[in-house]
Every structure is written in structure tokens, then in C-alpha cells.
Design a protein around this ligand. Sequence first.
Ligand SMILES: *Cc1c(COP(=O)(O)O)cnc(C)c1O
Length: 473
Amino acid sequence: MSKIKSPISNQRPDTRRSLPGIDRLLSQPSGASLIEIYGRALVVEALRSTLDAARECIARGEDIDLTDNALFEQTQTMLDAWLAPTLQRVINATGVIIHTNLGRSPLSEAAIEAVDEAARGYSTLEFDLATGKRGSRTLHAEAILCRLTGAEAALVVNNNAAAVLLALTALAGPTRDAPQGRGAIISRGQLVEIGGGFRVPDVMAQSGAQLVEVGTTNRTHLCDYEAAIDVGTALILRAHRSNFTQIGFTTEPTIAELAEIARRHNLPLLDDLGSGALLDTAQFGLTPEPTVQDSLQAGVDLAMFSGDKLLGGPQAGIMVGRSAVIDKLRRHPLARAIRADKLCLAALAATLTHYLKGEALTCIPVWQMISAPLDAIGARAEHWADVLTQVGLDCRIIDGQSTIGGGSMPGEMLPTALLALRVASADAASIRLRACRPPVIARIEANRLIIDPRTVLERDEADLLASLRGLGQ
Ligand SMILES: *Cc1c(COP(=O)(O)O)cnc(C)c1O
């Protein structure tokens, strides 16, 4: 340190000399306890940064506290900031059930246990206990998927975007016989963009398939598909308009009609379902989301959907359909690059088991939220209002709407009871809530802070109330 010469060092010799050396700081009890928590290398680096910063302050002629205590305090703050996890738990009070920015679907208890078990030790990921030989990793969720959906075969990959890419690449991508790729027919009304940069035409381009657009934005007829089919056609793709609706002068063939012409021309029909519900959403007053079972029954050869949207499981791309098609995908090199990991497969199998046992509504968090009765939500809101009124907060219970989110079921609302807090500034309050531990993500409407109990997990309730109480102080 003494080697560093700064132009003004001669003017402030006392202060400069009073900066302690790292070794002396490390040998003190405070230094030792920092080392115990953070490890020596990190503490040395943080102390060095603290002393560098102090030296710069001195050079600027600032009057700063150079006692050991102050230096240790700054070092600790720096270490905490370096090590603070960027991926942290938050409380979702927005009423958006499948909130993509907040991690989509929370897992069920059984799925969490399955992940825990798989993470903690070794597993039969690719090991067949009966033969003692190598087994298949993809087997774990696949048998359950076939049982649930009636499909001949299934394959699980990293996410649905990867599933669509794999299907298009393997079935219509460039080959030696067709170096330019082959035709994938899709309606102009289905060239959609889902959030996070997933655009159907871009994924098709990436796969090397030839995009063959048919029909118009609002109307596509069966004859448009028929007219587009030629020797270069590899497949017909249908993509679900997950995040918007079309009303008015619109039409498009049913899946069954598409399946009929696909079969007649010996082409596979692919269905990107997006969310892919396994349960009927109509029972909760929502528009029926196309179910995987319906799609397969209507004659689709390959249906693809996400694991963490309405299924309520881990991030995954699930493919179900005919063995001949799935086998082709399984053997493609891209399948290896986008394979699902053991934690995903463990969580997915456990999630799917809830559907098999008929307990999805009571065990899977997104379905618990969707099916939560309005009076139960109202009772929670009332209870919170009682608690918060006691600390002087102005609380009301108002009617409102929760949404499904996650690019699923656009415009679909579930009636809910909201806790509305009147505060001096809703913006300032929401900033304060985001700074809490765990952070609370709320909504603002008409300068009121809005809390929707529907998406607040039971485990989050005490923390939520503690943070909201803080607004009353
Ligand atoms: C959400 C969605 C995707 C992307 O799925 P991920 O699992 O997020 O990769 C693809 N297609 C449709 C129609 C979707 O709704």
C-alpha cells in the first residue's frame, strides 16, 4: 500500500498512514468471524475493495470514518451484497396464477419431495434395476403420460419451445434428400408470438423447415390446406393462440378435419397446444382450453405442451403421440441437446401422478388456486383486513378479477375478493413491499394497493401480513 503514490498523499499523511493493513484486520476477532462465515479468499477480496474505496475517498479529501469497526461494517455490507441470491422467493399477491416472471407454477408437496429425493443422492435415472443394465431416462414420466392421455408414446424435453423446434427439425428440417428443408403448412392466423421471444415463424426458420403459410389472418379454410399440399410437404402444424383471442368474422378447420386431410395425404399433423390442459377448465366458468386428450382423440399425430403452465409442474416440453413419430424425434441428435434433467423428470412424474389419482385439484397449487371458492378467498381477505385495521391501515374488501396468466387463456377472469389498502402513495408502498424479505409483489389500482389472496400461498401468509403491517408504521 505504501508504494501507491497519490498526488495529495503528502498533504494528508496522517489519514493515509492510519489505513490499516489487511493482515492486521484479518487477525482481529471481527476478521476471524467474517472468515468463518464467508471464507478467507472472499473476505480478503472484500477488505481490499473496502480499503481501495477508503483510499479514493481520502484522495478526494473526504472526511471518512477509518476505525476498524467502520471498515469491518463496510466489508460485511459488501460481502452480503456479493452473496445475496438473485433468485429468491417472492410472495405473489398479483392474482396472476401462472405468472411467467415469477416462475410460473409452484410445485405440489409430492413434486417437491420427489425433487428432494432425486437431488439428494443417486437414482435410477438411466438404470434398469431388473436387468442391472443401462435404462432410459425418458421412461420416468412417459409411461404415466401415455396412461393419462391414451397416447402410444411420449417424450419429455427441456421446454415446449424446444419441443416444437425438435419436432420441426426432425420432421421437416434439411436432409441429404431435401437440403432446403421440406414444407410445414400453417395457417396465417396461427403465426403467433408467445412471450419471451417465442415466435412460431422464427422457430420454423430455425428448424430449417420451409414455412408454407395458408389462409388469412382471420379466416383459413380446409381447401387452403388442401391446395398447399404438394410433394415437398412434410407436415401440417397447428399452433394454439395462447395469449390472444380472435372474434368476429373468423373461421378455421377443426382438428378432426385437419387430421382427416393429413391422414389422406399421409402427413403428420402436429399440435402446439401451448398450455395443454389435462383437466376441463369449463368447470370453473372459464372458456374450455383445448385438452391434450381431445387433441389426440381428434387424430393429431403429435401434441406438444408446457410442463409449467396449466399442468402445474416443472418447466418441461411434453410431447405425446404416435410411436412412429416420437421414435423419430427420440433418435434425433437435437433430442440429446434439449433433454430434461433428473429434477425435472422427478417433479413431472410426481405432478402427473396427481392427475392419475384424481387429486390434481386438491394437490397441485395452480389448480388449487383456480378452483378456490370465492367465499374462502373472501374470508382470507376479511381476516387480513381485521389484522391490518388494528395497526391503523385503511382496508377495504372489493370485488375483482384474478387471471390465469402465463400466456394461457387470454381475457379469462376468475371473480375474486381483493384486499384494497388506501395508503399515502401506492407507488411508494409497493416499492417498500418489494424491499421486504421475502419481497411482496402487489398490484396498484386507482392509487390503492391491491392484494389478491388467490395467489398467496398459505406458507406466505404470515410473512405477507408482517410486511403489510409495516406499511401502517
Ligand atoms: C407457452 C407456449 C410455448 C412455449 O412454451 P415454453 O414451455 O415456455 O417453452 C409455445 N407455444 C405456445 C402456443 C405456447 O403457449
